[in-house]
Design a protein around this ligand. Structure first.
Ligand code: KPL
Length: 294
């Protein structure tokens, strides 16, 4: 297979980290510009104190030709509209990789995708921005992509992003990532702290209570193995992204809409429909709504 040309929708911290991997590995990667976007020629990514400047090839949604490989890393609530904005460039051969936080319905994405092949992914890489085009890569993580057998493009992906793996059944991993975001994001947003503070007093106890409740929800979904490993996996993400500001904390600090609606309600709904008590998770949601006036 020829080297793919990647198109990125959503140029936040994760979009910028992924973009830098492709470009630095010599792969073509175009960034689909929002109309209002500052279109500088480069962006910066800082990794353990070293800052690299990466050239950007911007394209306008309406003016880019057919898209073969589309990477969606927008906010979850923007994803459908963002895909619709390029639907004229998609066809049944296009490959769409969706790497977002929160639970978005596959049917809704399919409806926007012109029959393109969809792949779900998730990443526990930690990054935050100090300005629109400067990302601090504050914690390393793992990226998982999945759906049946790995497509040919996955080889190119791994060259650019070596901490990636293919999993046949991505669904349990999506739920695991949802649970990680439920444990980390609202609590860091409410307390205005970096992820690592969840390991310390006074937040450690609440964090572990949340992790325990979320583990029960994962086993309710039938993901016994993932549920058993959840405390270790979630604590490892917190440890590895200790210096990171969660995406929800960044949204609150920047006065932006958060992804809370696509993170906690699906889990509370799961708990309710299975009569599972999740008092800590429920209280977290109530506190979040009260605190941020929603
Ligand atoms: O996904 C994240 C986020 O902040 O949204 C983690 C992995 C928790 C890193 O901060």
């Amino acid at each position: 297979m020829n080297q793919p040309t990647w198109h990125i929708l959503g140029f936040g911290a994760i979009g910028q980290i992924l973009h830098s991997g492709f470009v630095e590995q010599g792969q073509r990667c175009k960034v689909i510009a929002k109309p209002s976007r500052d279109r500088s020629d480069t962006h910066l990514v800082t990794d353990v104190g070293q800052t690299r400047e990466i050239p950007i090839e911007w394209v306008k949604a309406a003016h880019t030709g057919p898209i073969t490989h589309l990477l969606v890393c927008t906010k979850s609530y923007d994803a459908i509209e963002a895909i619709q904005s390029v639907s004229g460039c998609l066809n049944a051969d296009s490959q769409i990789i969706i790497l977002i936080n929160g639970m978005l319905d596959t049917q809704d994405v399919k409806a926007a995708s012109k029959g393109a092949q969809l792949y779900w992914g998730l990443t526990t890489e930690g990054g935050y921005r100090t300005s629109p085009l400067h990302t601090i890569h504050a914690g390393t993580g793992l990226t998982k992509l999945g759906g049946d057998t790995p497509p040919l493009w996955f080889d190119y992906w791994v060259r650019a992003h070596p901490r990636s793996e293919w999993v046949e059944d991505i669904e349990p991993h999506r739920w695991q990532k949802l649970c990680i975001n439920a444990a980390v994001n609202p609590l860091t947003a409410i307390n205005g702290c970096v992820n690592g503070e969840l390991m310390n007093d006074p937040l450690a106890h609440k964090t572990q209570q949340l992790i325990a409740e979320l583990g029960i929800l994962l086993s309710t979904k039938g993901y016994a193995e993932i549920a058993d490993r959840f405390p270790a996996v979630c604590n490892e993400v917190i440890y590895r992204t200790a210096k990171n500001q969660s995406s929800m904390l960044q949204d609150i600090q920047n006065g932006k809409r958060t992804e809370i609606d696509l993170i906690l309600p699906p889990l509370l709904h799961l708990a309710e429909s299975n009569h599972i008590p999740v008092p800590t998770l429920r209280e977290l949601y109530e506190t979040f709504l009260l605190r941020f006036n929603r």
